[in-house]
Ligand binder design. Structure first.
Ligand code: NAP
Ligand code: ZN
Length: 359
């Protein structure tokens, strides 16, 4: 099926992937084209792509901004098969990773500081319009043409399937920990939701030397949280007594929950001046009572990944500390079942599609 660089007269690249056609989110085979490899572009033969919960939100149009047909996928690892004339960061044969963004304006203050993910003109890896009006398509496909400034180098020593989720889950948890100074040994971090993002958050926070408490709806995850990921404590979020005993103990909490839930008890777990950092994207508004925030000078924040330099820094940190995701590697044909299982919170802890071998 793979047809990398077959192309048309304009040098467009033929691509093959699996796309959602409507808000049922059901994926099926899809032939399409990608832009020609420009001077600043690299072309990847995609090897692995993680399934982020955002892919499920987008496939089902939870945020009302999906463009169909849509090939999801923004946890991409691939082999560089072509480099443009002005490419300096990659050579053919390198392993590259691509996350949630593939373009931005390049000149605003956020872009200038390397945080293109916060550029008002940031282009998502899929379901977004490029500068030329074409629609981006993601990594559940055989190839990708991407600007070199939106890809990072993956050390060949890293296990590639379990590294793929770092391109979104990894940077999404690493970036706010750095930004908010939550890298000091001994600080107490709560991690809400032990899923794709959450389990990687525990690993990074432990590598920083933090004390980590997992706050979960799934008692069955306790043993792995403590013994496999190294968390120091595990709270079942539906157990009022456990929450009560932990009131006022945490310097910060990162909330990775994908569904609607109450954040009020989480605010209570924070110390004075504590920070609740929202990373999950529930489709409906969250409710918050102001007074506990006021009286504790507490803060609610959000965060959405990082720029190229920070992603590279995160990958290098992960390589040094042997941090990768715990993955269930699947075939492309299994993707719809994987989406159903993801919705039911039935994955430990990230599905990764073996694209190269199964598409
Ligand atoms: P995931 O693997 O499905 O993990 C989400 C976790 O949330 C689950 O494992 C579960 O953990 C918990 N959870 C699920 N339903 C819940 C409910 N009804 N009430 C309380 N907890 C519940 O998803 P993910 O890929 O980590 O993504 C998590 C969220 O982050 C999604 O909304 C995704 O779109 C968003 N996201 C945001 C960014 C960003 O840039 N900010 C990047 C990537 C993803 P327990 O079993 O431990 O309770
Ligand atoms: Zn993601």
């Amino acid at each position: 099926m793979s047809n990398v660089l077959a192309g048309s007269e304009k040098g467009e690249v033929s691509a093959y992937g699996w796309a959602a056609r409507d808000d049922s989110g059901i994926l099926s085979p899809f032939h399409f084209t990608r832009r020609a490899n420009g001077d600043n572009d690299i072309t990847l033969e995609i090897l692995y792509c993680g399934i982020c919960h955002t892919d499920l939100h987008f496939a089902r149009n939870d945020f009302g901004m999906s463009i169909y047909p849509m090939v999801p996928g923004h946890e991409i690892v691939g082999k560089v098969t072509k480099v443009g004339g002005k490419v300096t960061k990659f050579s053919v044969g390198d392993i590259a990773g691509v996350g949630g963004s593939v373009g931005s304006c390049g000149s605003c203050s956020e872009c200038s500081e390397g945080f293109y993910v916060y550029c008002p003109k940031m282009i998502l890896t899929y379901s977004a319009r490029c500068h030329d009006g074409t629609v981006t398509q993601g990594g559940y496909s055989d190839n990708l043409v991407v600007d070199q400034n939106f890809a990072v180098l993956i050390p060949k020593s890293m296990p590639l399937a379990s590294t793929a989720p770092l391109l979104c889950a990894g940077i999404t948890v690493y970036s706010p920990l750095k930004y908010h100074g939550l890298t000091e040994p001994g600080l107490h971090l709560g991690v809400v939701g032990l899923g794709g993002l959450g389990h990687v958050a525990v690993k990074f926070a432990k590598a920083f030397g933090m004390r980590v408490t997992v706050i979960s709806t799934s008692p069955s995850k306790k043993k792995e949280a403590l013994e496999r990921f190294g968390a120091d404590a595990f709270l079942v979020s539906r157990d009022q007594q456990q929450l009560q005993d932990a009131v006022g103990t945490m310097d910060a909490i990162i909330d990775t929950v994908s569904a609607n839930h109450s954040i009020q008890p989480l605010i209570g777990l924070l110390k004075t001046r504590g920070k609740l950092i929202l990373l999950g994207g529930p489709a409906k508004p969250l409710e918050v009572l102001a007074m506990p925030l006021l009286l504790g000078r507490k803060m609610i924040a959000g965060s959405a990944g990082g720029g190229r330099e920070e992603i590279q820094e995160m990958i290098n940190f992960a390589a040094k500390h042997n941090i990768t995701a715990d993955v269930e590697v699947i075939s492309m044909e299994y993707v719809n079942t994987a989406m159903e299982r993801l919705e039911k919170n039935d994955v430990k802890y990230r599905f990764v599609i073996d694209v190269a071998n199964t598409i």
